[in-house]
Write a protein that binds this ligand. Structure first.
Ligand code: TRP
Length: 352
């Protein structure tokens, strides 16, 4: 069986280092592994519109932002098909058919959607499109016959719901859809990178993000203002490592080479933590180290971004070609789905 990747992001803002650690980096590794037959990376504008119906301009602007984020982290258009969701109308038709296989009660139990409804204070005024977006996400995944879906861990309920739809569809209409598997980042700290304020999760609405497109100065300012241990006032005070954002980031991003390059006096992260815990190591020193580490991660990303920013017509061409290719693939699946559902009335004089 072919190994196929489908994944994507809503274009509601620029992508940040939380996205990078939680999923984007892994996508590039998977892409470059050569193990996959087809790779589709989708800019989920239709899904973004389900809770931004009154602000299409915001979604429109962020399509290019997200495309630039993808290309700058190393998504290679020669290996991966990058496309825009709404340019593949087959996804909408599949969604409509899948809706018949999912109950309202099941949708109400989706924990990610529940949390989002609370965050957005929708209360009784939940748009039906938003409520049902897990179904459209199942269409996205199955349209491409995806076997592997690399996503952040908040997407686990979507994958579960998609798998249920696949099981149900195949049971009712015969074996048609491919069963997808979620691919999560192995490092748990990387799955839920806190914001620079130490809050549970990096998120645009909390204003606590380091963006992939931040300048070196912005990254420096953000790292130097990071939440550490409020009880660690004087250098000689013992400091807390647990819940200290700087150490969480170092756990995720710092490699052995970084220690050799910037802090050779410490053998590894454990030595650094031990020194901090017993006192005598200042916040400025660990923040400067983290800044150097982040710059090593972000500098190559910035350079690729500059190249594509100076070649925007090329980016548009990548999106256009990608969307055409994605549409061809989705059309094949839709054809199979219609056959299985016996709504292929004009094929082979079916009605006669
Ligand atoms: N829900 C995802 C997000 O918010 C975006 C998305 C839409 C997606 N369709 C998908 C992710 C299919 C993986 C597979 O970021």
């Amino acid at each position: 069986m072919k190994k196929i990747i489908l994944t994507g992001d809503r274009p509601t803002g620029r992508l940040h280092v939380g996205h990078y650690a939680g999923s984007l980096k892994q996508r590039v590794v998977m892409q470059d592994s050569g193990e996959f037959d087809e790779i589709y990376i989708m800019i989920a504008d239709a899904q973004a519109l389900t809770d931004n119906a009154d602000n299409p301009q915001k979604i429109r602007e962020n399509i290019l932002n997200v495309a630039l984020d993808y290309l700058s982290i190393g998504i290679d258009p020669a290996k991966s098909t990058v496309f825009i969701q709404s340019m593949v109308p087959q996804l909408t038709e599949l969604t409509f058919y899948y809706m018949n296989l999912v109950t309202v009660a099941r949708l109400s139990r989706n924990p990610t959607v529940k949390a989002e409804i609370q965050q957005r204070k929708f209360e009784a005024s939940i748009p039906a499109g938003f409520f049902t977006y897990p179904i459209s996400q199942a269409a996205d995944i199955t349209a491409f016959g995806a076997t592997h879906v690399p996503v952040g861990e908040d997407q686990r309920p979507m994958l579960e719901q998609c798998r249920e739809i696949v099981t149900k569809f195949n049971a009712v209409y015969g074996d048609t859809l491919v069963m997808p598997h979620i691919v999560l980042e192995a490092n748990e700290k990387a799955q839920r990178l806190p914001g620079i304020d130490g809050k549970a999760k990096m998120s645009k609405s909390l204003g606590n993000c380091i963006y992939l497109s931040d300048s070196s100065e912005e990254v420096k300012r953000k790292v130097m203002s990071m939440y550490t241990d409020p009880g660690h006032i004087h250098i000689n005070d013992p400091g807390k490592v647990e819940g200290n954002t700087v150490f969480t980031y170092l756990d995720v991003f710092a490699t052995q080479q970084h220690f050799e390059k910037y802090l050779p006096e410490y053998e590894n992260i454990d030595r650094l933590k031990a020194h901090y815990a017993c006192g005598g190591l200042g916040d400025v020193k660990i923040k400067r180290f983290l800044y150097s580490v982040m710059e090593d991660v972000l500098q190559p990303i910035r350079e690729r971004r500059k190249y594509y920013e100076n070649n925007l017509p090329l980016v548009m061409e990548i999106l256009k070609t990608g969307s055409e290719k994605a549409e061809r693939k989705a059309a094949l699946t839709l054809h199979k789905v219609r056959n299985s559902m016996k709504i292929n009335y004009f094929d082979e004089n079916y009605l006669l």
